[in-house]
Each structure stands twice: as C-alpha cells, then as structure tokens.
Design a binder for this molecule. Sequence first.
Ligand SMILES: C[S@@+](CC[C@H](N)C(=O)[O-])C[C@H]1O[C@@H](n2cnc3c(N)ncnc32)[C@H](O)[C@@H]1O
Length: 354
Amino acid sequence: MIKYLGSKRRLVPHLVALAQAVPGARTALDLFTGTTRVAQGLKAAGFTVTANDLASYSAVIATACIATDARTVRRARLDALAAELEAQPGARGYVTRTFCEEARFFRPENGMRIDAMRAHLDRLDATPAERAILLTALLLAADRVDSTTGLQMAYLKQWSARSARPVTLRLPPLLPGPGHVLQEDARVCVARADTYDVAYLDPPYNQHSYHSNYHIWETLVRGDAPAAYGVARKRADCRTTKSAFNIRGAAWAAFREVVLNVRARHVLLSFSNEGFFTEAAIRGLLAERFGEVAVVPVDSPRYVGARIGIHNRRGERVGQVSHVRNTEWIFVAGPDASAIAETAFEAVAQAVPA
Ligand SMILES: C[S@@+](CC[C@H](N)C(=O)[O-])C[C@H]1O[C@@H](n2cnc3c(N)ncnc32)[C@H](O)[C@@H]1O
C-alpha cells in the first residue's frame, strides 16, 4: 500500500478485532478510508464495508479493493491489460514535465513510463472495476519509485535509492465479497439514511492537508493536468481545497457533527495525541452520543519525515527531532464498550505474542 501520513497499518489487527468483538456486527463504515487499509482488513474479516473519503485517489483504491468482488474479476484479462500498459514506450507528458523536470519526485525515465501508461489507460476498453484496479496498480507502482519521505510537499535533495528502479505494475490485493465506495465530505456522508453496525472514524488530526500532501496521486488519478505552483509543483486547487478537519477553528464543529450524526450502533475512533483535540474532549463527546466509552492508548512510531528531521527548501537539516514516537488513542463507543475492548485486545495479544 502507498506511504501515507496517518495510515493505520499497525492498528489494523486491533481495529478488526474490535469490530469482530461487537456482537452481531456485519456491516461497517470506514468514513475517512485513505489507503483503505482498515476497510480491507474489515472486508477480509467478512464485513460488508462502505469506504468513504474526499480524495479521488482514495475512491479509486476503494473501487478496486473494497467495491470490487474478486470473484467477478477475470484475472487473465487483467494481467493482459497490465502487460499492455507496461509495453507502452515512454512518452514525455504532464508527469515528466511537472514532477521530473520542474521538480524531482521521479526520475525522468520513470516519469515517461508513468505518463505513457496513464495515457494508454484512457484508451483501454476496460470495465470501471478493471480501470480502477489498473489505476491503483499504477499509483502503487509510482509510489514504489518516488523520491520523497512519504509526503509530496517536498522531494529529497538526493535521489532515493528506490527511484532508480524501473516502474513496474503489480495488481493490488483483491478480496471476495461485496463492498461500497463513496467520495463525500464526512458530514455529508453521515447525513445519509444508511446505517451500519460499526463505524470507524479516522479524521485528519492537524493542519496538514491530505489534498496537498498527496497532490501527485490526486493528479495522476484525475488525469487533469492542472496548473502547478511552488517547488513541489502542487495543483493550483491546493490553495483553495481545504478540509474543515485541517482548520483548527473549524475542526471541532465538524468532528462533533460527524459523531452526533453517524448512524452506527458502535463507533471506533483513532486519534493522535499530537492532534487538535484532547482525549478528554473526545471521550466526553462520544459519551454524550453513545453512553459507554473505552480508550486504549497505542504507542507508535511517527511518520518517516518527522523521524528523519526538519529540512529547509534546499534540503539542509535545520531543526532537531523532538521525539520519534507518539500515542494513538483508540476509542470504542457504544453498549459494552469496555468489554468489547478487553475481548479484542486479548485476541490480538494471543494472535501476536509480545
Ligand atoms: C488519517 S487519514 C485516514 C487514514 C486511513 N485510516 C488509512 O489507514 O489509510 C484521514 C483521511 O481523511 C480524508 N479527509 C480529509 N477531510 C475529509 C472530509 N472532510 N471528509 C472525508 N474525508 C476527509 C483524507 O483524504 C485522508 O485520507
């Protein structure tokens, strides 16, 4: 899966165990699904999952990995389509010009292959599911050869070792069973009539915008060749596209609206101790809506950029790293929340002995 700020890769076993410990739970909403890692874990555990996120790249990954039933996919045909994409000769296009010449996110030879594959994808006679699977494969392939620390606000001063590898397609993991994808503001999504047994909430926790941090994935998926600005050649709409969850003065009202309106019996929520809200405030809000609340702190490493250090625009180290780990709180809200948390964490401890 792609390198992603706030990805819950390490928490997936805990979150899945929690959802499984909710008596009779079959349906789940992943409201801020991002990479869809958690949604994939839930789907693999047998839940019918709805994955929502504002980002176009997330909706494409969710179409491939959540909404597509692997049993309906013709694998040999997909392999042939992927081979056809890979056979395209490199061609200098928007990605090469913008992200390899005006910036240095990819080596030009890889940029030209990404351009050629992206252009050919639009010419393929593919179903919407096949198109999403191939576009996800291209995104993952580009991520494997980028020259960043995992954020697209900047590229590395020296090429990363992985950037020298040729870009190659690998199909993403596909899971059997039904699933759904939405691309809506979380507040709009929770105003729908649909109800879920469990909802997982993983909102942005500070001012760092996902639209800006992952502008290349947004552009690659949309294929819209926008005007670009700054050293990182961000999409012009990064100046105006803001999520309420990234604005200190607006985030709590947005969060409160989501928690009070989400139509689920139980809610699972993760939030960083470095975010806009305190543990006590979150706990109080969840208790207001759901009654019982349990909180489990999980210690985790900070994202790689924060661990490497603070650099100026020329790539020189200018600051000290204050700490390399943070705490992620997992909240469980709803009837018997404490018992659910206890059952789930025991199950994880037994599956993965310390
Ligand atoms: C912390 S990340 C989620 C990470 C995800 N759980 C994972 O493991 O990949 C927060 C996500 O919220 C999305 N987002 C930001 N504002 C949003 C909004 N108003 N409505 C829906 N999604 C939003 C971002 O695009 C981002 O993918």
